[in-house]
Design a protein around this ligand. Structure first.
Ligand code: ZN
Length: 432
């Protein structure tokens, strides 16, 4: 009897997962009232997309439908490329501060919540993300690999593996007795030789890029967010060593000195970038570096910090940063810089990523600029412009749809109704 019940449950589970992970049809055709392809070109209306297996084959207004194709008619909806969030923390339970995680949780627990978080992110229309570092080192590598194998649903990922932080800096746990050996301190590196060593270690263990903490952080008891944490020499050696592996460096940076030192060192992205000055703008223009603001997280910490497990002293750090991050965004936007799309999801619940759009809109960003930022520009930042970020022939069939027109109301992107990743339909609340 028990064994029958067990096989019944197994069968039900298998049936449920089979529906969720249905392999893509040989040919799929999508129809919708309009299509925004992510390149920044106008709107195609009406629109059809022809997909062969996991790739986009053709985009047009009227395409021939091959015999046997799976056809999805999305009616009055708008098709867009799957969205990209360049700053997420997918591992772990939301609302548990990272220093609490070190004390009270396990890497296994972080991974289980990571599975849920990855799914919530995908269902919200984000088909590609950068994971900016877990508390338990390299659990993000395992999450990425499980998604790539098709074992669990989630976005395509580039992962940091482990933070690179200075002693006493943003990645150093400070709530413990100095006599307690804290596991996270394995990421600490001081001086060019140690920085080189941790860069090599992270890449050896499966990181796709290097995340270096160039300044202090809001959610930390280390040096203040505005203070520079690494010297120009230390930042340069990180970029140099990552470059030997063909990899990029993402710099977490709030304060001006740290931002500019990271830009001079040749990092790929300035994440947060709360205090950009005129020199930062000049350096961003002159280099291949990109600014990846994260505005929603500041609002969330101030509005819901306590329920998100943020200690009062760290809410106070956010309050001191005040409107600086918004002013930085406006400055970069007005300078015409290409801007990436990031949120810091993980500090707040996954799946709310698209609320970042509305916050950016209050600083003057128009919907088309915002959509291109979260699609084509962000794919370029990842070096994945050949596979993601636009609805063009040859790219992965990563597409989403919303019921209305996001050019009229950007918050439509908070209500994604259809999600396809690599030809798999993961969510469909639109088509008959
Ligand atoms: Zn972050």
């Amino acid at each position: 009897m028990f064994s029958n019940l067990a096989s019944f449950i197994l069968l039900m589970w298998w049936a449920a997962s089979a529906t969720a992970q249905q392999p893509p049809a040989e040919v799929t055709v999508l129809r919708a009232a309009r299509l925004i392809d992510g390149t920044g070109a106008g709107v195609l209306q009406p629109a059809m997309v022809l997909i062969r297996k996991d790739r986009i084959e053709a985009v047009g207004q009227k395409l021939p439908v091959p015999a046997g194709a799976a056809v999805y008619d999305l009616g009055g909806a708008t098709l867009l490329p799957g969205l990209i969030d360049l700053h997420t923390h997918l591992l772990g339970e939301v609302g548990v501060h990272w220093e609490e995680e070190l004390l009270k949780t396990t890497p296994g627990q972080a991974a289980i919540y990571g599975v849920k978080n990855a799914r919530d992110t995908l269902m919200a229309g984000f088909t590609t993300c950068r994971d900016m570092g877990p508390t338990w080192p390299f659990t993000d590598v395992d999450l990425r690999d499980a998604i790539n194998k098709g074992a669990i649903p989630g976005p395509r990922l580039q992962v940091a593996g482990n933070y690179v932080s200075a002693t006493g800096g943003a990645g150093d746990a400070r709530q413990f007795s100095i006599y307690v050996e804290v596991p996270i301190v394995r990421n600490l590196a001081d001086g060019v030789d140690e920085v080189r060593k941790v860069v090599r270690t992270n890449l050896k263990h499966g990181a796709d890029f290097i995340k270096i903490l160039a300044t202090g952080a809001v959610l930390s008891k280390g040096i203040s967010p505005g203070a520079q944490q690494y010297s120009g020499d230390e930042l340069r050696v990180a970029v140099e060593e990552a470059g030997r592996w063909g990899r990029a460096v993402a710099a977490h940076a709030h304060g001006t000195a740290g931002i500019n030192a990271a830009l001079k060192a040749g990092v790929r992205t300035i994440d947060h970038g709360s205090m950009l000055d005129d020199e930062s703008i000049r350096l961003l223009k002159a280099s291949r570096a990109y600014f990846v603001p994260t505005l929603l997280v500041g609002k969330m910490i101030l509005e819901r910090g306590e329920s998100l497990g943020v200690p009062p002293a760290e809410i106070e750090r956010q309050r001191k940063l005040g409107s600086m991050a918004g002013a930085s965004f406006s400055k970069a936007f007005q300078a015409g810089l290409p801007i990436g799309f990031g949120t810091d999801a993980g500090v707040f619940a996954h799946g709310m990523n698209a609320r970042e759009f509305a916050v950016r809109a209050t600083h003057g960003e128009d919907p088309m600029h915002a959509i291109v930022s979260a699609t084509r520009i962000s794919s370029e930042i990842l070096g994945w412009e050949d596979r993601a970020g636009t609805i063009q022939s040859g790219r992965f069939a990563d597409l989403i749809a919303v019921a209305g027109d996001p050019l009229r109301d950007i918050t439509e992107l908070e209500r994604v109704r259809f999600v396809m990743k690599g030809g798999f339909v993961h969510k469909n609340e639109l088509a008959k």
